[in-house]
Design a protein around this ligand. Structure first.
Ligand code: CP
Ligand code: NVA
Length: 306
């Protein structure tokens, strides 16, 4: 049966560990100048309803490095996803043309609908609900910097959004402690809480409102934009509601000199994070960005070769 990558919860801890090991192996191979040609003669289509720098570019590079090709499609070029024709028809047309679908959509149901009708792998490249490629590239980055994952504490400060949800699930599956501090009204969704409660124990998951409490003993401080794509009309209100949730030098000092700072990017300096923190030696933000490529190369090989 064809395997998709829609949500981290669909994968066992062992499978996720194997994906990280494959990422490390291929990263080393590529650094040594060796190549894996698992996409030879194969084509990836990128269907993106939202803008992207890292995800789009790293997937296009993934295809090129694996000897395949990639086509980038903006929904307006094909009359809008689900507008000119049903998603299920598009999925069945793509089955006959390409070998893998990478989709960035507003609704998570759109990637699920694509996967329901695709006989080729579908990769979630971000939805309003989750960003699993980001979270797994982040796990790879953490493992490289700390030499392990198990038992580390990741403190997420800000909005209980798509990135937070995928990170929380990745931490649960890979045995990290996940703590989140959000303002009232911006907590992780109730739906998500129901899903994660069957995966994680209480001692590995903490929900707070005080950022300073959240970063106590944290190995990693993570933040993301207060206003995600699609929420632009809420930006003014959010800027008020998130006051006190900025990752700045005071918060970084409260975590200690060994804590690392992470951000999925794009970052809005002066809002969720300060320029000084991004430029501090404690940041591992650009390693995260690079590891998008290394994780996704492994993911594509895993989905195509199995
Ligand atoms: N982090 C991330 O997914 O970046 P893009 O939106 O630029 O792809
Ligand atoms: N939460 C952000 C992540 C961007 C990579 C968004 O959805 O816009």
């Amino acid at each position: 049966m064809v395997k998709h990558f829609l949500s981290i919860k669909d994968f066992s801890s062992e499978e996720l560990g194997a994906l990280l090991a494959l990422s490390e192996q291929l990263k080393q191979m590529y650094r040594n100048g060796e190549r894996d040609l698992c996409m030879a003669g194969k084509t990836m289509v990128l269907l993106f309803e939202k803008p992207s720098s890292r995800t789009r570019i790293s997937f296009q590079v993934t295809a090129a490095q694996l000897d395949g090709s990639a086509i980038y499609i903006r929904p307006e070029d094909i009359g809008g996803l689900g507008q000119r024709e049903p998603i299920r028809d598009l999925a069945r047309v793509l089955n006959g043309y390409v070998d893998i679908i990478v989709a960035r959509t507003f609704s998570h149901e759109t990637v699920e609908e694509l996967a329901n009708y695709a006989t080729i792998p579908v990769i979630n490249a971000l939805t309003d609900w989750s960003h699993p490629c980001q979270a797994m590239a982040d796990m790879l980055t953490i493992k490289e910097h700390f030499g392990k994952l198990k038992g580390l504490k990741l403190a997420f400060i800000g909005d209980g959004n798509n990135v937070a949800q995928s990170l929380a699930m990745a931490c649960a599956k890979l045995d990290l402690i996940f703590t989140i501090a959000t303002p009232a009204g911006y907590a992780l969704s109730q739906d998500f809480m129901e899903k994660i409660s069957s995966v994680v124990g209480e001692d590995q998951f903490q929900i707070l409102t005080d950022p300073f409490q959240a970063v106590q003993d944290a190995d990693i401080i993570y933040t993301d934009t207060w206003t995600s794509m699609g929420q632009e009309q809420e930006k003014q209100q959010r800027m008020k509601d998130f006051q006190g949730y900025q990752v700045n030098m005071d918060l970084l000092k409260a975590a200690g000199a060994n804590a690392k700072v992470m951000h999925c990017l794009p970052a809005y300096r002066g809002l969720e994070i300060t320029d000084e923190v991004i430029e501090s030696p404690q940041n591992i933000i650009f390693d995260q960005a690079e590891n998008r490529l290394h994780f996704q190369r492994a993911l594509v090989k895993y989905l195509l070769v199995q």
